[in-house]
Design a protein around this ligand. Structure first.
Ligand SMILES: [Cu+2]
Length: 266
């Protein structure tokens, strides 16, 4: 007669295998690290990574001067600057050749992961007949708040590559006028222009993760919160050919990535 622990069709040998499996699973759980690792399908928040990449972007070779722009074509813009020089943002360096407005992002190494879309908006503003910032990064699906601070009309026009994000344009002519837009495809970079003022330009780097940065006036940048790993970083600059660097960084570690821009774009 079978015991109550041995139901029909379930011989004692199989139960013993199951018991071994239970013991094995308990051993695995006991041995597991205390911090649970999220499965790859679960979106990761940038706060979960602990690695940092710090670096700089510099021009090798001749250091071009910042270009002067004639803005007399719009007396309102000229009046805002009261006759002072209006200098282009397209190539801004310090005397040592460190470059501002370079966009650095992780190009390879995050393919297996997905990331939460930040609720915080990125912003692009029109101030004194310029776009500020001149270069910015945003995550796919994150809102871009476009806001006017000039008492005049700007026509903000995004000109993505064919087949990529949607082209859009609209005007703003009141102070603090606002509108949001979203980019739904990764794109390095989406050019933004003003259809009233040809010297106004901005570039938006759209990526599907939060690991990007824009170099400051000293050419320096920092990307925080990365999971440890090996990554290909790329730097984009509107006047120079892109450059890639492979960087390995451990959890809680800091790695450096110093880029040299050598080839002007034609
Ligand atoms: Cu404008």
């Amino acid at each position: 007669m079978e015991s109550r622990d041995d139901p029909p069709g379930c011989p004692a040998r199989i139960l013993s295998d199951m018991q071994r499996l239970v013991v094995f699973l308990i051993a695995v759980l006991v041995a597991a690290p205390s911090a649970p690792v999220p499965p790859p399908s679960e979106p990761m928040s940038p706060q979960q990574g602990t690695a940092i990449i710090k670096g700089s972007v510099k021009i090798k070779g001749d250091i071009p001067k910042r270009r002067k722009v004639r803005i007399e074509g719009d007396p309102k813009c000229a009046a805002l600057h009261k006759g002072a020089e209006y200098l282009s943002d397209e190539l801004v360096t310090d005397p040592a050749g460190n470059v501002q407005h370079a966009f650095v992002y992780v190009k390879k190494g995050l393919e297996e992961k997905t990331f939460e879309v930040p609720k915080k908006q990125a912003t692009l503003e029109q101030r004194m007949c310029r776009f500020e910032p001149h270069v910015l990064g945003i995550q796919m699906g994150q809102e871009l708040m476009i806001r006017n601070f000039d008492a005049m009309m700007h026509i903000i026009h995004a000109v993505p590559a064919p087949g990529s994000n949607k082209e859009w344009g609209f005007s703003q002519d009141k102070i603090k006028e606002e509108r949001t837009k979203v980019f739904d495809k990764p794109e390095i970079m989406v050019p933004i222009r003003c259809d009233v003022h040809p010297w106004m330009s901005a570039f938006v780097g759209v990526v599907n993760h939060p690991y990007f940065a824009v170099s400051g006036p000293d050419g320096k940048f920092q990307i925080k919160g990365l999971p440890g790993g090996t990554y290909t970083l790329e730097v984009w600059h509107e006047k120079y050919a892109p450059v890639e660097l492979e960087v390995e960084v451990k959890d809680k570690g800091t790695a450096s990535a110093d880029f040299a821009l050598t080839t002007p774009k034609k």
